[in-house]
Design a protein around this ligand. Structure first.
Ligand code: COA
Length: 257
């Protein structure tokens, strides 16, 4: 599967027809796509099987629309893929600015689907659904935060900027991590806290594969140290590694919090 941030008039039309929505003229679709703020699509081979887009004023308001998964491909996770990619585009946009509200009028039966992505449904406030996005640099308290403990040496290595990849088991706790979330590391030696933003999450089947993918300094080793995947065996049993797999969490230290 490939996620892309574009869609052709033909694919847009095909997906609309596939779910039985109103047929639009090509000229209408062309204008609609030109005025789209964000679009996300999932492709299987030659075929675009899912889409979602946001139209808006490029400043404050956006409307989520055309969330479509081809009927033959529904309930296989494609809706989640395009929604998560779209929301990450909005968050990146808002991080350069201030605030943004995404609004939506859901079709019957889909409210629970959108709730999974943080859209709120409060009929006492408004009929549709909505989600406020806040600049995560200005409003870090609104962001998803996770806590992790660290020994002094890796803590200092992250703080000083040379260790940029934290290695963990991909267990239930870590599966909740998302790009853009914050991790607050606690130094077990003295209780110091360090805020980091998750830039990326790389998944591997073992620490051996993870160690091959990164320069050892980024993992926290000194230039003259030997980096052995078995070093992680101190923290995680082999059976656990095989059960969950492992992740490399790419971090950016947030200095001004
Ligand atoms: C709504 C739609 C986009 C969902 O796409 P999908 O690919 O089937 O959804 P996914 O398989 O990615 O499901 C993601 C999650 O939402 C859940 N989900 C999917 N559709 C749901 C629904 N209608 N109600 C509640 N939950 C739903 C899934 O169980 C899954 O949950 P999990 O990740 O916690 O296990 C798709 O059914 C569709 O295109 N429908 C026709 C067009 C339409 O009505 N669009 C919405 C307009 S508002």
């Amino acid at each position: 599967m490939k996620v892309e941030r574009k869609i052709s008039v033909e694919d847009f039309q095909r997906l609309h027809i596939a779910v039985g929505w109103k047929i639009l003229s090509d000229a209408q679709i062309e204008i609609a796509l030109k005025n789209t703020m964000f679009v996300s699509t999932a492709r299987e081979g030659e075929e675009v099987v899912a889409m979602a887009r946001v139209v808006g004023d490029f400043a404050v308001h956006g409307i989520l629309c055309d969330v479509i998964v081809h009927p033959e491909m529904q309930k296989k996770g494609y809706g989640r893929v395009v929604m998560e990619d779209l929301l990450s585009q909005i968050q990146a946009f808002v991080d350069e600015r201030d605030e943004f509200i995404l609004e939506l009028t859901p079709t019957p039966g889909n409210i629970e689907f959108y709730k999974k992505f943080g859209l709120k449904h409060s009929p006492e406030n408004m009929d549709g659904m909505y989600k406020w996005f806040k600049n995560s640099h200005l409003y870090p308290e609104n962001c998803k935060k996770h806590s992790m403990k660290l020994q002094d040496s890796p803590f200092q290595a992250i703080k000083n900027g040379y260790k940029t990849i934290e290695m963990r088991l991909n267990d239930e706790k870590r599966q909740k991590l998302k790009i853009g979330d914050y991790i607050i590391f606690l130094n077990v030696k003295d209780g110091e806290r360090l805020w980091c933003k998750i830039k990326n999450i790389y998944k591997f089947d073992s620490f051996a594969s993870l160690y091959k993918a990164f320069d050892k300094v980024k993992l926290g080793y000194k230039k003259d140290e030997i980096a052995r995947p078995s070093d992680m065996g101190k923290y995680y049993a082999k059976a656990e590694q095989e059960k969950y797999g492992v992740i490399g969490i790419e971090l950016e230290v947030v200095k001004d919090i």
